[in-house]
Design a protein around this ligand. Sequence first.
Ligand SMILES: C[S@@+](CC[C@H](N)C(=O)[O-])C[C@H]1O[C@@H](n2cnc3c(N)ncnc32)[C@H](O)[C@@H]1O
Length: 183
Amino acid sequence: MRLRSIVLSIAISAVLAVPSSARQAAPVQLRSPDVIFVPTPQEVVDAMLRLADVSADDVVFDLGSGDGRVPITAARTYGARGVGIDIDPERIKEANENLRTAGVEDKVRFLNEDLFTSDISEATVVTLYLLPSLNLKLVSKLNAELMPGTRIVSHAFDMGEIRPEQTQNVNGRTIYLWTVPIQ
Ligand SMILES: C[S@@+](CC[C@H](N)C(=O)[O-])C[C@H]1O[C@@H](n2cnc3c(N)ncnc32)[C@H](O)[C@@H]1O
């Protein structure tokens, strides 16, 4: 009994010894990802941002941001602000490492969150490389939270019956553009 109390108090002291900011910041595995990490080739990232007509006034959200290449490119190339959301803590760690190397830490942040429950209302451009079923599941959230005029660009996957305004072929890969409200 006594031994248990001693072990417990050592464990509690160890937790309290870590500053609260560090405890909150540590990325955690919330649940299994809905789709695995496959990076968008850089030339396709560049084409997606061009198709969305990104400028320094934009806030680019990549939903399922992987290694962070989309928000980092938006910040480096266009001076836009970027937000990447990924449920996988390993991806968040990798994206933050890439962000430090890219030197645009003042413009980009990565959030270890579920894209279906994240607040995305600040976005003026949203990028996706998910799955057709996930795009469809997102439609009501995109329309409810995003400002009218927000551009949405998806790599590889459409939104079923919802016709895109533009499609483009980039080295054999298709990218799609819609503007909110999407219908
Ligand atoms: C196909 S990768 C795309 C990565 C990046 N957007 C790109 O185009 O290079 C999909 C990413 O979505 C993330 N993901 C899957 N389900 C998610 C969810 N519910 N919330 C947030 N991220 C998720 C995965 O961890 C993975 O990094």
